[in-house]
Design a protein around this ligand. Structure first.
Ligand code: HEM
Length: 592
């Protein structure tokens, strides 16, 4: 034991004072005494230092052993004053560490829940959980006591204002109710089907075809899909198409401003609040960039709102004066984007919504719907590359659907039954029938949820301290044996199909949390599935997507799970004969 070393029992005595001078002999003797005394004193002094050093060493060893032993109980070593911060910093500093996997490993060791303890006096403490029972408690049973909270709202207010994503209580409820009615209306379904048809057939497929014709070089599929969903969600929110996805893949100022504003807002979450507030006040660094990009977003929104108001006013004038409705007026009247819907409504005082509030509503929907489906599709195509048997089954499903188009079908394209890739357009009722594709997409979202972590704030002091954050690790939930069984890490769309009839069966939201759950369940879930299925089916039917060899695939550390290096792929056009053989074999043997 370091504490019981033999030195620890020795008395430490000060060096003796020099003796008074006497005769020569006694002088010699006393000077000898003096030298010896000095030597002893020095030795004792030295030993004294060694003791302190030893003491520190012993203390260090003791604290280290004690802190490391805490790992068994708490999941991570727990250091005095620093808490678990050293382990987190170490994980963050190693570029090859996947932080989501790191959290998953701790959660697996700790049966699904652990406390992250930050440095003393910091507000870095939080509970991390992947336990479905806790999720149900947070998202449904005790929904009202787990709000988004003032910390989240303060951090995102400059960009999101009072929009649905950050609002709580009344403000949230009002937007949720109106948007929910709109999202489930037939008009909205028509808008989404039309806008997707236009985007996929007039823009996405020509861009993909161009990559084959002109360069045959690798393309970044994630970038192309991000452009597609950005254009699509702007059509739904604002009723305008920014045109990010087109030949040449141009930089669009509004899209760039939106991207910069989101990134700069996210940086606030890892910066002490006092610091970013001071930087905002002084208009410095990333806060300066945020201010400029929000200005870009606002200018775009103000322009669209102004134009739409004029458009609606002239339409009203035309109607009141009994003027005939022209074809373009008719199209405008049919608008079912969120901006037009909210412009036609009144607030609780019977007043029209302010331009600022209309801007907030649209910006929030763009944020919610812009990247989630595209990153999910990127992970999905990567998983297909690694699991070609799943790709084959999806192609079989698509061929079965195309093959089943009856000859009496009026909408049928001229060559649809012989699988001509140029002409096949999947119809909404056919998209609905793609149950294996739905299973394959759900399985991709289970393993790579677009929102890998989410959080709630604890508002009162019953069990946890006021303000404590609760983080639910959606990524880790897909990797818990206790939830999905021993094969939880395998990509198996079949786990989503009922063994008796092969139909898709959904899972409870607290087990499969990719779309959140309870009253704040993702509003765009049905639309997102439609969008992902339409895009995936249109690509897979025409092309074999090959990921470039040795392309590094890694998640980026962000609120949305982007692929850090994009997804570099090459496309191979599918042979008509390949599809035709499948269609024929399915007609001969429908049970395949
Ligand atoms: C694969 C695609 C998608 C995934 C995985 C997804 C996931 C989520 C998640 C996890 C939340 C909860 C976020 C939170 O409250 O912290 C959410 C909320 C939301 N999502 Fe989605 N989403 C997707 C696509 C979309 C699309 C395309 C739209 C709209 C066009 C959309 C609209 C919304 C809205 C409005 C909310 C806020 C709901 C509320 O707070 O009441 N989502 N989504």
């Amino acid at each position: 034991m370091p504490f019981s070393s033999s030195h620890s029992n020795k008395m430490i005595t000060p060096p003796p004072p020099p003796p008074p001078p006497t005769s020569n002999l006694t002088c010699l003797a006393s000077s000898e005494n003096f030298v010896v005394g000095n030597l002893v004193a020095r030795q004792l002094f030295f030993l004294h230092h060694i003791q302190i050093l030893e003491l520190f060493l012993a203390l260090f060893v003791f604290v280290t052993i004690h802190s490391l032993r805490q790992k068994r109980q708490h999941g991570l070593p727990l250091w005095p004053l620093l808490g678990m911060l050293p382990s987190l910093s170490l994980a963050l500093l190693q570029p090859q560490t996947n932080l989501y996997e790191w959290v998953s490993e701790i959660l697996c060791r700790q049966n699904g829940t652990f406390w992250f303890k930050g440095p003393s006096l910091s507000s870095f403490n939080c509970v991390v959980t992947s336990d479905p029972r806790n999720l149900e408690h947070l998202l449904k049973t005790k929904f009202s006591i787990f709000p988004k909270g003032p910390y989240f709202r303060d951090t995102v207010r400059d960009l999101l204002g009072d929009g649905i994503f950050s609002a709580d209580d009344e403000t949230w409820q009002r937007q949720r109710k109106t948007a929910s009615i709109e999202f489930h209306s037939a008009k909205f379904r028509q808008l989404t089907a039309d806008s997707l048809f236009e985007l996929v057939h007039a823009r996405l497929l020509p861009v993909l075809e161009d990559s084959i014709k002109h360069s045959a070089a690798a393309i970044d599929l994630q970038d192309i899909l991000l452009r597609l969903t950005f254009d699509n969600v702007c059509m739904i929110a604002f009723g305008v198409d920014p045109g990010c996805l087109q030949l040449g893949l141009p930089q669009i100022p509004f899209a760039q401003a939106f991207e910069d504003a989101t990134e700069a807002t996210m940086i606030r979450f890892v910066t002490p609040m006092g610091l970013w507030k001071a930087m905002r006040y002084l208009n410095l660094g990333v806060e300066r960039k945020l201010k400029m990009s929000i200005k870009g977003v606002d200018e775009f929104a103000e322009d669209v709102i102004r134009t739409r108001k004029k458009e609606l006013a002239s339409l009203q004038l035309n109607n009141n004066s009994g003027g005939g409705v022209t074809e373009t007026d008719h199209t405008k009247e049919q608008r079912s984007d969120l901006l037009t819907v909210f412009m036609g409504l009144k607030d609780e005082n019977g007043e029209a919504f302010s331009d600022k509030f209309l801007r907030d509503i649209c910006v929030n929907f763009i944020l919610a719907g812009r990247d989630t489906s595209s990153v999910a599709l990127s992970w999905f195509f990567w998983l297909l590359h690694k699991n070609p048997e799943v790709e084959h089954k999806i192609l079989q499903e698509l061929c079965r659907i195309v093959g089943a188009r009856s000859s009496s079908d009026h909408d049928r394209r001229s060559h649809a039954n012989d699988g001509d890739d140029e002409t096949v357009v999947f119809k909404p009722e056919e998209i609905k029938k793609m149950e294996y594709l739905q299973a394959a997409l759900s399985e991709a979202l289970r393993l790579y949820p677009s929102v890998p972590l989410d959080h709630k704030e604890f508002p009162d002091g019953t069990i946890l301290k006021k303000g404590t954050k609760v983080i639910y690790a959606i990524y880790s939930m897909g990797r818990m044996e206790a939830i999905w069984g021993k094969d939880c890490r395998d990509y198996k769309p079949e786990r989503w199909l009922r063994p008796s009839d092969g139909r898709f069966m959904s899972e409870p939201a607290y087990k499969f949390t990719a779309f959140n759950g309870g009253p704040r369940l993702c509003l765009g879930k049905d639309f997102a599935y439609y969008q992902m299925k339409f895009v995936a089916a249109s690509i897979i039917y025409r092309y074999h997507v090959k990921v470039v060899e040795h392309h590094p695939v890694q998640p980026k550390l962000a609120l949305t799970m982007y692929m850090k290096h994009g997804l570099k792929v090459t496309l191979q056009r599918r042979d008509n004969a390949e599809r035709q053989t499948l269609i024929n074999s399915l007609q001969i043997n429908p049970s395949i």
